[in-house]
Design a protein around this ligand. Sequence first.
Ligand code: GRF
Length: 196
Amino acid sequence: MASRTRVAILISGRGSNMQALIEAARAADYPGEVVLVVSSRGDAPGLSVAREAGVATVVVDHVRFRRENRDREAYDAELHHELTKANIGFVCLAGFMRILSDGFVRKWEGRIVNIHPSLLPAFRGLKPQAQALAAGVKVSGCTVHYVVPELDAGPSIAQAEVPVLPDDTEATLSARILEAEHTLYPQALKTALSRL
Ligand code: GRF
């Protein structure tokens, strides 16, 4: 079998998309293997989920960097170091709550993707589900896209639509979109890996 791409997942929190990717990549014919989870926070619940799944974890603690007055470039240099040390070939952002520097993004161009809970280019940035409700749209969803220096602006790989219902709250719409994310992300990663 052709060698599988070594994938790292970057998280900051719950890690439910991370879990969906780890599970999908267990299939023998999946083109990637998840070998590393990096968290920007030491208390991210996703870390224990990754450890239980037998995936190596590392914390690059953004609070420590701030305390030590080390800037974004220093943070991203450490992140890059961890990824290269583990011989990573592809990076998935999954609820990673940090803006990456242009330099870091350029180093990983074409090999770094993100999932965003809206149908991009609609509702970029924070709280896209609330933005969708405020705009009164009838359909929203999620997008997996390549990461480029401009936030949520890279080429789309795949999208999934979900209905917005009249009585939706931010929580109910987010939950419906999240369910779609868990199916979309593994499929989109497969597509992206097959293009390498
Ligand atoms: C997801 O809604 C994802 O689209 C967004 O952040 C959330 C992460 O959730 N980027 P989880 O940590 O994967 O559960």
